[in-house]
Design a protein around this ligand. Structure first.
Ligand code: GLY
Ligand code: MN
Ligand code: MN
Length: 431
């Protein structure tokens, strides 16, 4: 792994938190992700399973975590199963977890080879009453392949039809929403890497550079700091910024245009998520600055609104109302538009210019799991990302930071990344 070792006590605490939520007689299982096929004999790089990582720190393929807090044999209460390595695997793939190194990473004493799983699992299933299996319950997930976890669920339910089955995902979402201080530190590290990339890009951008050259500048800074891209970077000059998921990054940046950068780093599987919008030539025009400042005001009021007890849908509504007023001042909407209150929120006039969500939880996933219909709570980390997209004017502005919610008010984890338009211009002038 490229990141520095993580204190295994984080994973010990996380497992304890989960075990406290399980009723008596419960057995829970979490599987690693499959290595997905590409073309011919190619495969995609493994994406660690976020729940498995949260509970163990393990990123390795074919791993399985079994938790059975009431197991009669104390040694069977936490078991990690690993793919057994060999000289052949060492030659072709390199170092894998040994039983000893897995104990150090995870804090789990009982580490077995995965070939032992069927026998041990059967024995423990005979003792268990409730079985907690995992699935991807992210609201926007569109899953067209059967995942390793889904295959496991299908087979276990076929083999043991008389147990009581439960959705582990609900518990995982509740736990993962509230970040441990160690997790917040890792997110901060991801934010610091992102800042280094953004500062570098501000010194680099000028008329004529291409969007992919800008991507390369970020990449250089992220990789040398042990980070990776948290998601496919959006580097969108001019009207490209109005394509919300623009990822071609193949145009050249024109004098007088804005450049929207939705680019951030991940570190140790923890993500950050940043958007800045900068002028290609280093100076905002009057109109660009007016649109930028409108978005910045909504950004600031939305950061301030991230308080425990507030529901996300109300937080979003407040931002849309504020943005609608800004749109009137910018000549985009009329006063009559402000009075329109259609039942379908997507039909609100402001949605013509600000069509996406105001923010999302962030952590081990960029659009992290969480209980987004429940009130915001201390310990959540949320993005705040208002935007205005004026296709007719060939410009889009979005601003996005990552915010830790606390009882004492929001803590901006990206407060050291320039956002004030004057500061952006100063940073670009200092090249
Ligand atoms: N970069 C993805 C997002 O802002 O949600
Ligand atoms: Mn985001
Ligand atoms: Mn983003």
């Amino acid at each position: 792994m490229r990141h520095a070792p993580i204190d295994p006590q984080l994973f010990v605490r996380n497992r304890r938190r989960l075990m406290r939520l399980l009723p008596p007689g419960s057995l829970a299982v979490v599987n690693a992700n499959d290595i997905l096929p590409a073309n011919a004999d190619g495969t995609l790089r493994i994406v660690p399973n976020s729940d498995l990582f949260y509970l163990t720190g393990v990123e390795q393929e074919e791993s399985i975590l079994l938790l059975f807090p009431d197991a009669d044999d104390e040694r069977q209460r936490e078991i990690l199963f690993l793919r057994e390595t060999s000289d052949l695997i060492a030659t072709w793939e390199g170092k894998k977890l040994t039983r000893e190194s897995a104990r150090e990473v995870t804090g789990i004493r009982n580490v077995q080879w995965v070939s032992e799983f069927p026998k041990i699992f059967h024995r423990l299933m005979c003792e268990a009453e409730h079985v907690w299996l995992n699935s991807n319950e992210h609201k926007r997930a569109e899953i067209v392949v059967e995942t390793r976890e889904a295959r496991f669920v299908r087979k276990v339910r076929e083999q043991y039809p008389l147990h009581h089955y439960h959705r582990l995902a609900r518990l995982m979402h509740r736990l993962r929403a509230v970040k441990d201080p160690v997790e917040t530190t890792l997110i901060r590290q991801a934010c610091a890497i992102t800042k280094a990339g953004f500062d570098r890009v501000c010194r680099f951008v000028k008329p004529g550079v291409t969007e992919y050259e800008v991507e390369a500048e970020f990449s250089h800074e992220f990789l040398r700091r042990r980070g990776t891209f948290a998601y496919h970077p959006i580097i969108a000059s001019g009207a490209n910024a109005c394509v919300l998921h623009y990822v071609d990054n193949d145009q050249s940046c024109q004098d007088g245009d804005l450049l929207l950068l939705d680019v951030a780093a991940s570190y140790a599987n923890y993500n950050s998520d940043l958007t800045r919008t900068i002028p290609v030539n280093g100076r905002f025009t009057k109109r660009q600055r007016a649109v930028y400042e409108a978005v910045l005001r909504v950004f600031r009021s939305s950061v301030a609104g991230l308080r425990p007890g507030v529901k996300i849908k109300h937080w979003q509504e407040a931002a849309e109302e504020a943005m609608a007023k800004e749109c009137v001042d910018l000549g985009l909407l009329s006063m009559r538009d402000l009075q329109e209150k259609p039942e379908d929120p997507m039909k609100r006039p402001v949605k013509r210019y600000f069509m996406h969500g105001l923010g999302h939880p962030i952590g081990l996933d960029v659009h992290d799991v969480g209980l987004t219909t429940e009130p915001i709570a201390a310990g959540w980390v949320m993005t705040v990302e208002p935007g205005l997209y004026l296709n007719a004017e060939g410009l889009g502005v979005r601003l996005e930071n990552d915010i830790l919610v606390t009882e004492n008010g929001p803590v901006d984890l990206m407060s050291d990344i320039a956002i004030d338009p004057g500061d952006i211009e100063a940073l670009m002038a200092a090249r």
